[in-house]
Design a protein around this ligand. Structure first.
Ligand SMILES: Nc1ncnc2c1ncn2[C@@H]1O[C@H](COP(=O)(O)OP(=O)(O)OP(=O)(O)O)[C@@H](O)[C@H]1O
Ligand SMILES: [Mg+2]
Length: 367
């Protein structure tokens, strides 16, 4: 079926006379159970063309036999002049609305989805950032706040797994084609994992990733259109363009860093702090994850990954450790099974750890 879709797309001509696929306007083309997904990418100076183009693409793809629906994400490439220095020049095109003028690279602002937007960052992968972000979110929602989580880790989205909704869950659209966030555990959530299969996202280039992300951020109907109290942004690991760009566009009011206690992880955590400082994002503190292990048989406490992280970060960056989360089987199991440990009444110390972090963060965020 994808060959026919490609032919149909090439039947639409780009300004240079080539078909859309041949001209490089179509990325990440994929099909699943009759639903065709693709990213429509145009040069930044042709941003206005994207809205009518999207409608034409939608029509052409739906006309292909066997196609039951489409999921089209529109993005613009960075203009060549800004490509070297300014990730903020990337421009999101909200679906279904008039295309905005290209925003200036310095003071560009994304629409506000919440009173407070907090990023969760880490210098390296696999330290438990997503698990921490999700459990803190659920704990805040339990206090009656309207909380959302935006999974900004386009290369390895975790929210479909953590929420238990799975990658096949899809957001509905309202009559203005804005995405209605999915819901689980009292949270609203949006993830590229609900829109595009992970294997096609991995071939995207940097500017495409950024733009898809800004679209997720800006075209989602958070809080039924009224906005949320708190939006937690689960950032991709590392200190590259995407993280910098999100923070730079003032998308984040604050951030926390998740790290494990090892020396190397701390060096990476310091890099993440420096990156956030560069764009003047307030770092509220550090969560030390997998901080210790309590032997379930004898009750003795082991610092498997070493200790001293707290002092080190305090000395180097004057950052406080806002919580220590143990390395624990119920946390891992809860994450894999879409049942966050913070909702598990049996999980004493693990639950307490997340609740304590929530209680520290809440006044800082709501101040
Ligand atoms: N405190 C913990 N105890 C036990 N397992 C944990 C803990 N925190 C996270 N994990 C597990 O470690 C793995 C990595 O966690 P997670 O996906 O949250 O990390 P991440 O930093 O978001 O990773 P990535 O860089 O891939 O986004 C998961 O299998 C998760 O269940
Ligand atoms: Mg993650």
């Amino acid at each position: 079926m994808l060959d026919q879709v490609r032919d149909a797309l090439n039947g639409i001509k780009a300004p240079d006379g080539q078909g859309l696929v041949d001209a490089g306007y179509v990325q990440g083309l994929d099909e699943d159970d009759g639903i065709v997904r693709l990213v429509l990418e145009a040069p930044a100076d042709r941003v206005k063309a994207l809205v009518p183009l999207k409608a034409a693409v939608d029509k052409a793809v739906r006309a292909v036999e066997g196609v039951k629906g489409t999921r089209i994400i529109t993005t613009t490439q960075r203009p060549p002049a800004a490509a070297q220095g300014s990730p903020a020049a990337a421009t999101a095109v909200p679906q279904g609305s008039a295309a905005p003028e290209r925003r200036p690279p310095t003071d560009a602002k994304l629409p506000r989805p919440a009173r407070h937007v907090m990023g969760v960052a880490s210098g390296k992968g696999g330290v438990g950032k997503s698990t921490t972000a999700y459990n803190i979110g659920v704990a805040l929602a339990q206090d009656g706040l309207r909380v959302g989580i935006l999974d900004a880790d386009i290369y390895g989205p975790s929210v479909p797994l953590l929420s238990g909704l799975g990658p096949d869950a899809k957001p509905d659209l309202d009559d203005q084609k804005r995405m209605i966030p999915l819901q689980a555990h009292g949270l609203e959530m949006m993830s590229i994992g609900f829109l595009v299969p992970a294997d096609s996202a991995t071939v995207w280039r940097g500017p495409m990733v950024q733009n898809a992300l800004f679209q997720l951020y800006g075209s989602t109907l958070w809080g039924g259109g009224e906005g949320l109290d708190v939006l937690i942004v689960d950032l991709p690991p590392g200190t590259g363009d995407i993280q910098l760009s999100l923070a730079q566009q003032s998308a984040l009011d604050s951030a926390i860093i998740v790290t494990t206690p090892q020396d190397l992880a701390l060096i990476d955590a310091l890099k993440a702090v420096s990156m956030l400082e560069k764009v003047s994002t307030r770092v509220l503190g550090v969560v030390e994850n997998m901080s210790h292990f309590v032997c379930p048989d004898c009750g003795s406490l082991h610092r498997i990954f070493g200790e001293g992280a707290a002092e080190h970060l305090k000395d180097r960056k004057n950052l406080s450790v806002i919580g220590e989360v143990p390395l624990s089987m119920p946390i891992r199991k809860g994450a894999d099974e879409g049942a966050p440990v913070v909702l598990d009444a049996e999980a004493g110390p693990e639950r307490d750890a997340y609740i304590a972090i929530k209680s520290t963060l809440k006044p800082l965020m709501m101040a």
